[in-house]
Ligand binder design. Structure first.
Ligand code: N5F
Length: 388
C-alpha cells in the first residue's frame, strides 16, 4: 500500500445511522432508526408539476452551472421566512447548501483548527460530531436539563470557537429549549464572545405550539443559523441553508466553492417553484398532524411494552423519542438482538462527545405507520426482556 492517510482522515468515523440504514434496507426489518421523513408526505405531484414548469420555462439556466451563493429567489424566500420568525437576515447572508449537513462541515472547516474548542450539548446530533471531528477540535460537552444546556456549565465553553445548539426538538433528546433559557444562553454566550451555531431542521414540526424564537434572533451577529428543506419537503433534494453574519459569510462561501462549486441549481429552482406561492403553509400542517399521531402511537406503545426501569421523554415536536434503559444495559449490544427479531433503533452512545451513556437509545416515530410503530416497540421490548 502506498497511501499515507492525512491525520484528519484518522479522525473520520462511519456514521452509525448510515451503517444501520444498510441493515434496515433488508426486507422485513422494521426501522425506528434513521430520521427518515414519512415518504407519504413527499409532495410528489407538486414536484412533478414544478419540474415540468422549470424545464419548460428556464431549462438551460436550470441545467447550467450556477452561483455558489445559491439561486437568488430561493435566498430571498429563506430570508423573508426567517424575518417572519424575528430573525433579521438579508438574502445576501443566505448560503444555499447541499443539505444542512454540508453547512455543518463548512462551518467547522472555516472555524476550527486542530485543538480548537467546540462546545456541544450532551447528547448531541452524531452527524455534527462526525462533521466536526476531521478538523481535530477538542469537544466540550455541556450537561443539559429539560430546558436546554445548563447555564452553570456554560463557563466550560469559554474560549471555544463556537457552541453548537439544537434548540428545537433536539436530535436525539427531543427536547425543546425554553424561551427563558434561549435568551439566557444567547446573552451569556454573547457576553463571553462565544459564537453560537444554531441548527434548526425540526422547528416547523411542532405538535402543540410553535417553539420560541431562535437564539439567532437575539444576537444575529453572534450566531450562524442552519436550516433545511429535508424535513418539510424531501431529504433527497439535499437542500439546506446557512445564514451567517457578514464577518464569516465570505469564508463560508469560499469553502462552499472549494467543496462543490454550488448546490444543484435544478433542485433549487424546482423547490422555489413549489414553495413560492405559500405551498408550505398548507403542506407542513399535514406533516404535523401525521407525526403527532405517530408520536402518540409511540408514547402508547412504550408505556404498554417497555419493562420497568426504562424512562423516556414525550417530545412535543420533531422526530425522536430518547429512551433510557435500566442501568447496565448496553444499547449497542442490544441492537443485534433487536435486528434478529426484526426491528432497528440507533444506540445512544455515539451521540455523546464525552462519557457516553451506553444505556440510551433513539427511536424515530415518523417513518412508519402507527401499527408498525406498535409492532416495532413490542419487538424491542421482547429483545430487551430476553437480553436483560
Ligand atoms: O439537511 P440535511 O438533510 O442535510 O440534515 C442533516 C441534519 C442536520 N442537523 C440535524 C440536527 C439533523 O438531525 C440532520 C439530519 N439527521 C437525520 C438523523 O436521523 O439523525 C438524518 C440522517 C439520515 C442519514 O444519515 O441517513
Amino acid at each position: 500500500m502506498s497511501f499515507t492517510l492525512a491525520r484528519r482522515a484518522a479522525r473520520m468515523n462511519p456514521s452509525v445511522i448510515r451503517e444501520i440504514l444498510k441493515v434496515t434496507e433488508r426486507p422485513g426489518i422494521l426501522s425506528l432508526a434513521g430520521g427518515l421523513p414519512a415518504p407519504e408526505s413527499f409532495p410528489v405531484e407538486a414536484m412533478r408539476a414544478a419540474t415540468e414548469r422549470v424545464l419548460r420555462e428556464a431549462p438551460r439556466e436550470a441545467l447550467q452551472y450556477a452561483a455558489s451563493e445559491g439561486y437568488a429567489p430561493l435566498r430571498e424566500w429563506v430570508a423573508a421566512q426567517l424575518n417572519e420568525q424575528g430573525l433579521a437576515a438579508t438574502p445576501g447572508q443566505v448560503l444555499i447548501t447541499t443539505g444542512s449537513q454540508q453547512g455543518l462541515d463548512l462551518v467547522a472547516k472555516v472555524l476550527l483548527d486542530p485543538g480548537s474548542g467546540v462546545a456541544v450539548e450532551a447528547p448531541t446530533y452524531l452527524g455534527a460530531l462526525q462533521a466536526f471531528a476531521p478538523y481535530e477540535p477538542e469537544t466540550i460537552s455541556l450537561p443539559c436539563d429539560d430546558d436546554g444546556p445548563r447555564l452553570d456549565a456554560l463557563e466550560r465553553a469559554r474560549g471555544a470557537r463556537f457552541l453548537y445548539l439544537l434548540p428545537n426538538f433536539q436530535n436525539p433528546s427531543g427536547r425543546c429549549m425554553s424561551a427563558a433559557r434561549r435568551l439566557a444562553v444567547a446573552d451569556a454566550a454573547a457576553a463571553m464572545g462565544l459564537p453560537i451555531v444554531e441548527d434548526n431542521p425540526y422547528g416547523d414540526l411542532w405538535f402543540d405550539s410553535e417553539p420560541p424564537p431562535p437564539l439567532a434572533a437575539r444576537h444575529p451577529l453572534n450566531t450562524i443559523y442552519l436550516g433545511s428543506f429535508s424535513k418539510v419537503l424531501a431529504p433527497g433534494l439535499r437542500l439546506g441553508y446557512v445564514v451567517a453574519p457578514p464577518e464569516v459569510f465570505p469564508k463560508l462561501l469560499q469553502a462552499k466553492q472549494a467543496a462543490d462549486l454550488h448546490t444543484p441549481g435544478f433542485n433549487q429552482r424546482v423547490v422555489h417553484e413549489v414553495i413560492r406561492d405559500g405551498f408550505l403553509r398548507e403542506h407542513v400542517p399535514t406533516i404535523r398532524a401525521r407525526y403527532r399521531a405517530r408520536r402518540d402511537a409511540m408514547a402508547a406503545a412504550l408505556a404498554r411494552h417497555l419493562p420497568p426501569g426504562c424512562r423516556w421523554n414525550a417530545p412535543r415536536g420533531g422526530m425522536f423519542f430518547w429512551v433510557e434503559l435500566p442501568e447496565g444495559v448496553d444499547a449497542a449490544a442490544l441492537l443485534p438482538r433487536a435486528v434478529e427479531r426484526g426491528m432497528a433503533f440507533v444506540p445512544g452512545a455515539p451521540f455523546y462527545a464525552e462519557r457516553p451513556q451506553a444505556n440510551t437509545l433513539r427511536l424515530s416515530f415518523v417513518t412508519v405507520a402507527p401499527e408498525q410503530i406498535e409492532r416495532g416497540v413490542e419487538l424491542l421490548a421482547q429483545a430487551l426482556k430476553e437480553f436483560a
